[in-house]
Design a protein around this ligand. Sequence first.
Ligand code: NAP
Length: 311
Amino acid sequence: MASRNPSPSAAGAAGLRPQFQRLAVLGVGLLGGSFALAAKRAALAREVVGYSKSPSTIKAAIAAGVIDRGADSALQASTGADLVVLAVPVAAIGPLLRQIRLGLGDSALLMDVGSTKADVAEAARDALGKAALQFVPCHPIAGSERSGVQHAQTTLFDGRRVIVTPLEDNPSRFVDAATQVWEALGGVVSVMSPSEHDAAFAAVSHLPHLLAFAYVYAVARQPRGPGFLQLAGPGFRDFTRIAGSDPTMWRDVFQANSAEVLQQLQMFKQALAGFEAQLRQGNWNVLESLVRQASQARQDWASPSPADDAS
Ligand code: NAP
C-alpha cells in the first residue's frame, strides 16, 4: 500500500524510495505503457510487471524497457502487487477485475484509465464486491489517436488533467493515494462523480469523435471521395485527426456512454439544422453571426496545454 502522506511533488523527485513494491500494468498499450514509463521516472515502484492480451505486446514492452517483466495472466501480474492499473478498452475492465479478484491483497490500490466512468464504476462493484472499495476510477485527459506500446511516452501525463471519480465507498486513503500517484506522474487531479464526468466528456470528447468518424465516412464513401481526399489540406487534417483513433476503444466508449452521447448529438443536430437553414435560405448575415459566435467561443476556450488531443 502507498504510504499515506507522501508529498505529491516529492514523490516524483529522483532518489526517493519507491512507494510501491510492485506496479502491475494490465493492458500495455499507449496509456498503460506511458503509465509504466512515467512510474519508472518517478521511482514509484520497485518493480513494474505487465500483462497484455498479446504475448508480442509483452515482448515489445520488455524490449523497450517499458516493463521489467511480463506475466502470463492478469492474475499472475496482479497477485502480490500493491498498485494495479488497468489500461484496456473499457468493456474489458469488468472481466479483467473478475480475473484478478482472488489474488488481490486487501491494501492494494486499483485504478483504471478508461475514457468512461459510470460503466467502469458499476463493473468494478459487480466484479469486486467488497474489494471495490480499493478501486478508484480515473481518466487521464492525455493520449492521442495512436495506439500501442510503441507510442508510449514518459511525459504523456505531464501537466495533464486527470479526472478521479471516487466510488461512494472508497475510503479516503485510497482516493488520496490515487491522487498522489497521478501527481507523481506529472498529472493535475480534478475530482468529480462518474456521472458528471460522463456528461462532460460526451460533450467535449465522445461527440467530436463520433462526428469526425461520420464525416470521414461520408467523404470517403462518395464516388469522387478518394480524389477529394487527395486534395485535402491542414483544415481537413486538424478536423479529422481523431478519426484515425482505435475502433475497438471507441466502440466501447460509445456503447458505455450512449445516453449522454445521444443527448449531445440531439443538441448538435439542432445547431446544424440552424446553420443549414441559413445556408438554404441565403441568410448570409445570420450565418455569419452563427459562425462568429462559434469562432469567439473557440477563441475564448483556454487550452490547458498545447497538445489537446486527448480522449
Ligand atoms: P491501446 O494503445 O490499444 O492499449 C490497450 C492495450 O490493452 C493493448 O495493448 C491491448 O492488447 C490490451 N488489451 C486489450 N484487451 C485486453 C484484455 N482483455 N486483457 C489484457 N490486455 C488487453 O489503447 P489506449 O489508447 O492505451 O487505451 C487504453 C484505455 O485508455 C482505454 O480504456 C481508453 O478508453 C483509455 N484512454 C485512452 C486515451 C487515448 O487517447 N488513447 C486517453 C485517455 C484514456 P494487445 O496486448 O493485443 O496489444
